[in-house]
Ligand binder design. Structure first.
Ligand SMILES: [Mn+2]
Length: 346
């Protein structure tokens, strides 16, 4: 199955190709890797793989360069308590498992290794749910219809006969819950809900996890949201909304690039908005664009015009310009994209 995606159906995540567990089972010193600016799905799936495969003979590590964790998600790392890969571990590793990461250049291996050939021909199992995945693994398991990589990992653990401990269950549930925006997006399939239900059965404290994920905003995150509300603009007869946060505004709120996560939901929540965008300058002169589409409006093509990618209705891109200049370039493209999809009736 090298270089080819597993056949998927709308509810097909539970069909796990045997090659995936077989390839991981051959590793003794694997490193699990997720994407830069890891979200709960990236962290939950990465930590769970490392925990599930650890035993006396197998010593998995996770790639978690300094500064990776947002304030909000740091508790997932504390909960998992997994060993972090050192540069020596990258030398010693006999394989890699990448999670939730659409292309190899997005792998979060740290600045030291980023531009090197850290993989050095070793086996790499690529587990992901991004339709834009470039199939860069020696084994690729990509299910674009899966709600989350965490959902896929749940079915993988089940197929591989691994124990789903209460800790693993909580980590995977966090990934499914956040990637479905609290079971509220169209990717909330029966398969996702079944996985979530079985994870609750395995010991998730749903109330506690929800409290930590949804009701534990720091004052600095709150201050950043105020900026994003303030900067929101609505154009194209109310069909496009966007907001910005400059580097000064982000740091002025007491936040860092790691805290830019789901703030796009502020803009996306406006009634009538079909295409939402958020422009955040996490480091000076570099702007991350989050795109969200509602209903029939897909955004992955639009993100692709700026070298980005993702899911059909949730995508992102990173460009080398400040937010104002980026808005000037992207907004006309967004307006054109929307009118090509659904010509305005006016
Ligand atoms: Mn994901």
């Amino acid at each position: 199955m090298n270089g080819s995606s597993a056949k998927s159906t709308r509810d097909g995540t539970a069909i796990v190709p045997a090659q995936v567990a077989d390839a991981i089972n051959q590793m003794r010193r694997p490193i699990a890797i997720a994407h830069v600016r890891p979200d709960a799905d990236a962290l939950g799936s990465m930590f769970s793989i490392a925990l599930a495969w650890a035993n006396d003979a197998v010593t998995p590590r996770v790639a978690l360069p300094p500064g990776s964790l947002s304030q909000r998600l740091a508790f997932l790392f504390d909960m998992a308590d997994v060993p972090v890969a050192t540069s020596e571990d990258f030398v010693q590793a006999d394989g890699f498992i990448t999670l939730d990461t659409a292309k190899q250049s997005r792998c979060h291996v740290g600045t030291e290794l980023k531009d090197t050939d850290w993989r050095k021909g070793r086996p790499l199992v690529n587990i992901d749910h991004h339709g834009t995945n470039t199939m860069y693994g020696s084994v690729d398991w990509v299910v674009a219809d899966a709600s989350s990589t965490s959902e896929m990992v749940y079915y993988l653990l089940r197929a591989a006969g691994k124990e789903v401990t209460p800790t693993i269950a909580a980590l995977l549930f966090a990934g499914i819950q956040t990637d479905t925006s609290g079971f509220a997006l169209p990717n909330t399939t029966a398969s996702a809900l079944r996985a979530a239900g079985e994870l609750v059965h395995a010991g998730v404290d749903v109330g506690d996890l929800g409290e930590r994920l949804c009701h534990s905003q720091s004052r600095s995150e709150f201050a950043l949201l105020r900026v994003i509300y303030d900067n929101t603009k609505v154009v194209a007869d109310g069909r496009i909304a966007y907001s910005t946060a400059s580097y000064q505004e982000i740091t002025g709120s007491g936040c860092t690039a790691a805290d830019i996560d789901d703030q796009i939901s502020v803009v996306r929540a406006l009634n009538g908005v079909q295409l939402a965008m958020l422009f955040t300058e996490g480091e000076p002169g570099k702007t991350r664009i989050n795109f969200r589409g509602a209903g029939e409006v897909t955004v992955v093509e639009l993100a692709g015009r700026f070298n980005g990618g993702g899911h059909s209705r949730a995508a992102g891109a990173l460009v080398d310009s400040g937010p104002e200049e980026t808005v000037e370039r992207v907004l006309p493209a967004a307006i054109e994209h929307l009118s090509s999809l659904s010509p305005s009736s006016s």
